[in-house]
Design a protein around this ligand. Structure first.
Ligand code: AG3
Length: 273
């Protein structure tokens, strides 16, 4: 018998992954959480029907949402991830020798629990001495935060619990929570399927941040496979990857990708112009 997981990515697009076994399913206080083992991408984490991460391609997303902004900052010491309860972004942030504190602000403790149990290779950084976990609403948390060097919004899609993470007021609070060379990065969905969302996020960030950039990465299990990240910075960005970062153990990010990910295809360039 064949069992398939299907995500309705939009009304007209679906992704199907053949499932070998269902490992976990629960309804948390915030969302429906499913863990399954798939034939082609290994273990899969799903929240409210949307793929969050798979063992097969998680490295792309987690490396690109972290190493790109951390390389653009002259000396990132204090970093925060809003959302990202699987811990993948924290794992990558801790590869940076300058980082002293990596804070995770996750509203749903059950995501962290499931990740520790079913995705130990992704959650591995959460027990590090430099990792600090806060189970609370990121929108409230950021209002009392100060002096962060990089803040990463590793959210679910802009529906349900994550809706408030895609609005200009939230980017303004992040601006206030950042120090002098502060950088914000937010995952901002697909240029093929959510072009207007990307425009909304970039315009929202530009209301607070003088410098904005969009960059792309290829993530096969996310809608359309081409994913965007929106960046806001308070000032000049570091142009050369610092020598101590050049040999970080990564599988997607390289110093060359650091540069080339900002080269946008024409239709995406036009979208954010
Ligand atoms: N957060 C972004 C997931 C968005 C995917 N959307 C979808 N499948 N419709 C991922 C969390 C990984 N740390």
């Amino acid at each position: 018998m064949k069992i398939w997981f299907t995500e309705d990515q939009t009304d007209g697009v679906r992704l199907g992954l053949k499932v070998e076994s269902l490992l976990w399913k629960e309804t948390t206080a915030y969302q429906e959480l499913v863990v399954a083992n798939t034939e082609s991408y290994g273990r899969l984490l799903v929240l409210d029907g949307a793929v969050q991460t798979t063992i097969g391609d998680e490295f792309v997303y987690h490396e690109m949402i972290t190493h790109v902004p951390l390389s653009l900052h002259p000396h990132p010491r204090k970093v925060a991830v809003i959302g990202g309860g699987d811990g993948g972004a924290i794992r990558e942030i801790l590869k940076h020798p300058s980082v002293e504190e990596a804070h995770l602000i996750e509203i749903d403790e059950k995501v962290v629990e499931a990740s520790r149990r079913f995705f130990p290779e992704i959650a591995v950084g959460l027990d590090d001495d430099r990792a600090f976990l806060h189970y609370t609403d990121g929108i409230q948390w950021v209002k009392d935060a100060h002096d962060f060097d990089v803040i990463i919004v590793d959210s679910t899609d802009p529906v349900g619990p994550a809706e408030g993470l895609f609005v200009p007021e939230f980017y303004r609070s992040i601006y206030e929570a950042l120090g002098e060379h502060g950088i914000l990065v937010a995952q901002s969905e697909s240029p093929f399927l959510q072009p207007h969302l990307i425009q909304r996020v970039m315009t929202g960030i530009a209301q607070s941040f003088p410098v904005t950039r969009l960059y792309l990465a290829s993530i096969p299990t996310y809608p359309s496979g081409l994913w965007s990240f929106s960046l806001g910075a308070k000032g000049d960005l570091v142009s050369e990857v610092r020598p101590e970062l050049r040999d970080m153990p990564t599988r997607y990010w390289t110093p060359q990708i650091q540069r080339s990910c900002f080269d946008l295809p024409k239709f995406v360039e036009e979208l954010v112009r």
